[in-house]
Design a protein around this ligand. Structure first.
Ligand code: SF4
Length: 355
């Protein structure tokens, strides 16, 4: 079977233009044409939208995307109308705006214990064009203002394709500001060390999930390869070079990492950094899950310690899209079940911080 290359595989297309003696400045015009003409006469996309699921939360839409190798990945759109007051908060200037959560791999080899994708194992890396095509599919449904690499896969394990895809997204015709793109990683130290020079201005989110190495390894076995002390040193250098705050993701697991002592350990670990900590109530991924969700009270006490004692900006992620398996840690290729959970009533999300 011959493999078709995506028109959004920038390096490939540039090489072909150069070989043919065509000026590469025309590439942006071709991309613009493809974006504006979904049914155009030649089919330059390698992936197709297999199905679209709308959550009953009215905010989350999941796209099930079929790649040309037959594998599926998911991309999730979250749309908010800030004039109405996001999540029931105060109305703000602006209007409808959407964040797209993108996948970078089919499956993932990091095997985080709380994550549905981790249970799939690693299948393959997405090509840069396949990453960009998720944005193209989403743009055909709505305007996308922010992109977060928090879908399936560890983006820094697919580094070259990630860098190429983000360079396409920030260039013409997409013109996304790097400030509106967030890459979330479990902490691949060697990649963090070069990220700022390859992609300046980007937001970095680090899934820390525990304030000490031992608990981190229990939750995320891959953390063994990335000792916490070395990770924090890499983050220090990253922050010094980028002068940007870092987002810290912390999944709240009952009795595991959500006690007062953990909050103090985390506060001490982060107090010299410019960070925003995002506490994420755990989404159970089936009855076999070894973890339980922390109670709302625990989550709010944890937040109080970080804010009150260590003056660390700390938000609590509201769970969205659970009925369509579109919530954090739930991205695994399956059809959505019909369960509808009640909202937790908790407020704010990491994407909100950049709007
Ligand atoms: S949380 Fe991210 S890095 Fe960990 S297994 Fe899931 S997709 Fe991979």
């Amino acid at each position: 079977m011959t493999t078709q290359r995506s028109v959004f595989d920038a390096a490939e297309l540039r090489a072909q233009f150069t070989d043919a003696g065509i000026n590469t400045k025309f590439i942006a015009s071709i991309w613009k044409y493809v974006l504006q003409n979904p049914g155009c006469e030649f089919e330059p996309l390698t992936s197709t939208v297999n199905s679209v699921f709308h959550s009953t939360d009215g905010v989350t839409t999941k796209l099930l995307i079929r790649l040309q190798n037959g594998a599926f990945v998911e991309a999730v759109i979250m749309t908010y109308d800030t004039r109405l007051g996001k999540y029931g908060g105060k109305p703000r200037l602006g209007g409808p705006r959407s964040t797209l959560c993108i996948s970078s791999q089919v499956g993932c080899k990091m095997g985080c214990k709380f994550c549905a994708t981790g249970t799939m194992g690693f299948k393959n890396n997405l090509k840069s064009g396949e990453i960009v095509e998720q944005l193209v599919h989403a743009l055909r449904l709505t305007n996308i203002r922010n992109v977060v690499f928090m879908g399936m896969g560890e983006p820094l394990n697919n580094y070259t394709a990630l860098v190429e895809a983000i360079n396409v997204m920030t260039g013409s015709p997409f013109q996304l500001s790097p400030k509106r793109i967030t890459v979330s990683t479990v902490g691949i130290i060697h990649a963090i060390n070069k990220l700022h020079s390859d992609l300046p201005g980007l937001n970095l989110a680090v899934s820390l999930h525990a304030p000490v190495q031992e608990i981190r390894c229990q939750i995320m076995p891959s953390a063994r390869a990335f000792p916490l002390e070395k990770l924090m040193t890499a983050l220090q250098t990253y922050q010094k070079n980028s002068q940007q705050k870092i987002f810290i993701e912390y999944i709240m697991l009952d009795g595991m990492n959500d006690e007062e002592q953990h909050a103090h350990q985390l506060g001490k670990l982060l107090e010299t950094f410019e960070v925003v900590v995002n506490l994420i109530p755990f989404n159970p991924i089936g009855s076999s899950s070894q973890f339980r969700t922390s109670s709302e009270q625990r989550v709010s006490e944890f937040q109080k310690v970080l804010r009150g004692t260590y003056n660390i900006r700390t938000t609590i992620r509201k769970q969205m899209g659970q009925d369509i398996s579109g919530a954090c840690g739930q991205l695994v290729v399956n059809l959505p079940d019909k369960r509808t959970r009640e909202n937790t009533g908790l407020v704010t999300d990491i994407e909100d911080l950049r709007i």
